[in-house]
Write a protein that binds this ligand. Sequence first.
Ligand SMILES: Nc1ncnc2c1ncn2[C@@H]1O[C@H](COP(=O)(O)OP(=O)(O)OP(=O)(O)O)[C@@H](O)[C@H]1O
Length: 278
Amino acid sequence: MIRFENFCFGYKPGALLYRNLQLSLESGKIYGLLGKNGAGKSTLLKNLTGLLYPSSGQVSVNGFNPSGRKPSFLQTIYFIPEEVHVPALTINSYVALWAPFYPGFSREMLDNYLDKLDVKTDHKLNKLSFGQQKKFIIAFALACNTNVLIMDEPTNGLDIPSKKRFRKLISSSMHEDRLIFISTHQTRDLENLIDQVIIVDNGELLLNAPVDIIGQKLSFKIVEESYAAQAVLYEEENMYGRAVVTANIAGGESRINLEQLFNAATENPEMVKAIFKN
Ligand SMILES: Nc1ncnc2c1ncn2[C@@H]1O[C@H](COP(=O)(O)OP(=O)(O)OP(=O)(O)O)[C@@H](O)[C@H]1O
């Protein structure tokens, strides 16, 4: 449903951020996109929505070339940028203006999501707090029922109960024809939500793997101080002791820690790539 083929992109001629990226994302899955600041996450998402165009190569979403920005394409995709801007309109006026662009929009679903996310509905949108505005846009995006939903840092500005409700809403709104792509630094907000992890660094794909495969290939464990049995991809001292990430040679499925996975992939990219090569 989303394909990048030999995708190259640069903001300036001669300085490519992405070089020959190959990436395929399928419906029925929630993907988590991780990367350091400036790694190119937002750039990738904007290329999916036709807000930026590839320097060379192809991007295809739902069979469309996003750069055409055709209405028939735009009605199949919803993009929530990191910074949301809402007009001085009531919810009813906003719906009257924007919902007609999305044939699958459901007012009943919107009201249900607004209720679940605890968004005040009796104010003009620009009078809501930043977190409330963000929650309104999340509720609206879900109610549009597009089969591709792309979110850049959706949990920024959400309070702790809202983050939990956000996770619940996203998983309950998932179905086999929908693809959700979430970019974030808030790895805890993605835990138990995503099906597949994508890590980008220096315009390159470091990892693209389903969480169950990651748990089979890598081991996340607490070890003795003297542990030296295996090469360690990442380690940290935390409240439980010496936490390490290693190749999983014991078999079984390890419970993954996204933050430690990200650190392992960015600190030891070659070793992680070698483990996931096959
Ligand atoms: N409009 C622009 N013009 C020129 N360079 C840009 C532009 N937007 C982003 N960049 C550069 O492209 C690189 C990738 O930026 P991008 O915003 O995609 O990163 P990101 O991974 O989303 O970062 P963050 O986690 O900080 O949001 C950065 O080096 C950034 O400075």
